[in-house]
Design a protein around this ligand. Structure first.
Ligand code: UD1
Ligand code: PEP
Length: 416
C-alpha cells in the first residue's frame, strides 16, 4: 500500500472486530523456536510484520504455513541453527527476539541489528545485559549481533529501564537456562503476560508476568502447543480514538477492556462516553470535548504507541493539551506532517503543546512510521477535504485491513 486517500468529515459508526496483538504475536511466533516441535497459533493479525516474520522463519528452516484467518502451523524442529545474517531482519523490530529464542535453543545466535519504527535511538543494552548475566558472550560489530553461551545459568537481572523487548528476550533465553532467573523492574504490558502464558503452554515455568518481578525456572525441554494470541490493545485504542475524533459511536469487539483502561480513562476525562462489556467496548464521542494532558508511560500508563493518534485527536479539541512522550525521544516526526494540515503544535523536546484548532485541512502528507501513519489517518478523517497519505506502507506493518475496517465504519477512504 503506497498511498491512502481520505475524504474527511464522516463520523465513524458501527462495529469493528479487533485482530490479534502484533506485539504479542511476533515474539510468540519467534518463541516457537524454543519448542523444537510443532505449534499451532491462532488469532495472528494479517499484517506486514507477521508476513515478514513468516518469511524469516521459513528461511531459518522452519516448516510454516499461515492461512488468511490468522491460523499458523509451525514446526521448528527442522531449524538447525540461528546464524542468520540477512537484511530481511532489519525490516522490523521484533526480529530481535531471535536473540533470546536462538540463545535458549542453540546457545548461539548471529543476526543483524533490528529495524522497526524510527522513533528514537532504540538501544538493546538491556537485552545484552540480561544475556550476559545468564552467561552468554555478546558482541555487536558493524551491525551484527553475536551471542554465544556454552551453558545458560539462571541469574538475577535488574533492568535499568523498563523494556518490553528486553523483558521478553530474557524470559525466552532464561526458560532454557539451568536454575532460576529473576527479572526485576520488568515490563508489565499485556503482551508480556501473553508471551509468558505461551512459554508455559510449551512446558516452561514463568511466574509473575504482569508484575515488575518475573521469576523463570529453567526447564530442559519444551514441547509444542496450541495457543491463541490476545487482541491488539493498540489497534483497539486507535479505533477508540478514531471514534472520539470523528464524534462517532463505535462498538469495538474482541477486546480485553482492562487492557484499554489507560485509554478509556483519558477519553472519559475528555468528555467521551466509554462503556465496557465482557469482550467489547463502546465509544461515543458525540459530546463537547475538552483538552487534556497526556503522558506516555510503560503499562499501565498511557501507551506510547497511541501518543501519535491521540495527539491527532487533541489537535482538533478546543483548548490547550500538553502531551509528554517519556518513552521514545524521537516520536514526534509526524508532527511536521500534521502541521501541513493546519494543526497548531509546538514541540519542546519531549513535550508537545497542542492548541486545538477548529479545522484541519486535507492535503498531501507522508507517513513517517507505523503509528505516525495512523495519526495521519485520524487527522484525515476529521479534516476538511481530501488527505493523501504517501509512504502508507508503514501502516500495513501493524494494522490488519485498516482501510476496509474504516470503510465498514462509514469512512470515505481508499488505497491510492
Ligand atoms: C515489537 C514491539 O513489541 N515493539 C514495542 C516495544 O518496543 P521495544 O521493545 O523496542 O521498546 P522498549 O520497551 O524496549 O523501550 C522502552 C524504552 O527503553 C529504552 N531501551 C530499551 C531497551 C534497551 O536495551 N535499552 C533501552 O534504553 C528504549 O530506547 C525506550 O526508551 O515496546 C515499545 C514500548 O511499549 C512499543 O512502543 C513498541 O511497539
Ligand atoms: C513502535 C512500534 O513498533 P515496532 O517496535 O515494531 O517498530 C509500534 O508498534 O508502535
Amino acid at each position: 500500500m503506497n498511498k491512502v486517500i481520505i475524504e474527511g468529515g464522516n463520523s465513524l459508526r458501527g462495529k469493528v472486530d479487533i485482530s490479534g496483538f502484533k506485539n504479542a504475536a511476533l515474539p510468540i511466533i519467534v518463541g516457537t523456536i524454543l519448542s523444537n516441535d510443532k505449534c499451532k497459533i491462532k488469532n495472528l493479525p494479517m499484517i506486514g510484520d507477521v508476513y515478514n516474520l513468516v518469511k524469516i522463519m521459513d528461511l531459518l528452516g522452519a516448516k510454516v504455513s499461515l492461512n488468511e484467518s490468522g491460523y499458523m502451523d509451525i514446526d521448528t524442529s527442522t531449524i538447525s541453527n540461528c546464524v542468520f545474517i540477512d537484511e530481511i531482519t532489519t525490516k522490523m523490530r521484533a526480529s530481535y527476539y531471535l536473540l533470546g529464542a536462538g540463545l535458549g535453543r542453540f546457545g548461539k545466535v548471529e543476526v543483524l541489528y533490528p529495524g522497526g519504527c524510527n522513533i528514537g535511538v532504540r538501544p538493546i543494552d538491556q537485552h545484552i545485559k540480561g544475556f550476559e548475566a545468564l552467561g552468554a558472550n555478546v558482541e555487536v560489530e558493524h551491525g551484527v549481533i553475536r551471542c554465544k553461551a556454552d551453558k545458560l545459568i539462571g541469574s538475577k537481572i535488574y533492568l535499568d529501564v523498563v523494556s518490553v523487548g528486553a523483558t521478553i528476550n530474557i524470559m525466552m533465553a532464561a526458560t532454557k537456562a539451568e536454575g532460576t532467573t529473576i527479572i526485576e523492574n520488568a515490563a508489565k504490558e499485556p503482551h508480556i503476560v501473553d508471551v509468558a502464558n505461551f512459554i508455559n503452554a510449551m512446558g516452561g515455568d514463568v511466574r509473575g508476568a504482569g508484575t515488575d518481578i518475573i521469576k523463570i525456572n529453567g526447564v530442559d525441554k519444551l514441547h509444542g502447543c496450541n495457543y491463541s494470541v490476545i487482541p491488539d490493545q493498540i489497534e483497539a485504542g486507535t479505533y477508540m480514538i478514531g471514534a472520539v475524533a470523528t464524534k462517532g459511536d463505535v462498538i469495538i469487539n474482541n477486546v480485553i477492556p482492562i487492557h484499554l483502561e489507560p485509554i478509556s480513562a483519558k477519553l472519559r476525562e475528555m468528555g467521551a462516553e466509554v462503556v465496557e462489556y465482557g469482550d467489547s467496548i463502546r465509544v461515543n464521542g458525540n459530546f463537547n470535548l475538552k483538552s487534556v494532558n497526556v503522558k506516555t508511560l510503560p503499562y499501565p500508563g498511557f501507551p506510547t504507541d497511541l501518543q501519535q493518534p491521540m495527539t491527532a485527536l487533541l489537535s482538533n479539541v478546543k483548548g490547550t493539551s500538553i502531551v509528554t512522550e517519556t518513552v521514545f525521544e524521537g516520536r514526534y516526526k509526524y508532527v511536521d506532517e500534521l502541521k501541513r494540515m493546519g494543526v497548531d503544535i509546538d514541540l519542546d523536546g519531549r513535550i508537545a503543546i497542542v492548541e486545538g484548532v477548529e479545522k484541519l485541512m486535507g492535503t498531501k502528507v507522508k507517513a513517517t512510521d507505523l503509528r505516525g501513519g495512523a495519526a495521519l489517518i485520524i487527522a484525515g478523517l476529521i479534516a476538511d477535504g481530501v488527505t493523501e497519505i504517501e509512504e502508507a506502507y508503514h501502516i500495513e506493518r501493524g494494522y490488519e485491513n485498516f482501510i476496509s475496517k474504516l470503510l465498514n465504519l462509514g469512512a470515505k477512504i481508499k488505497e491510492g
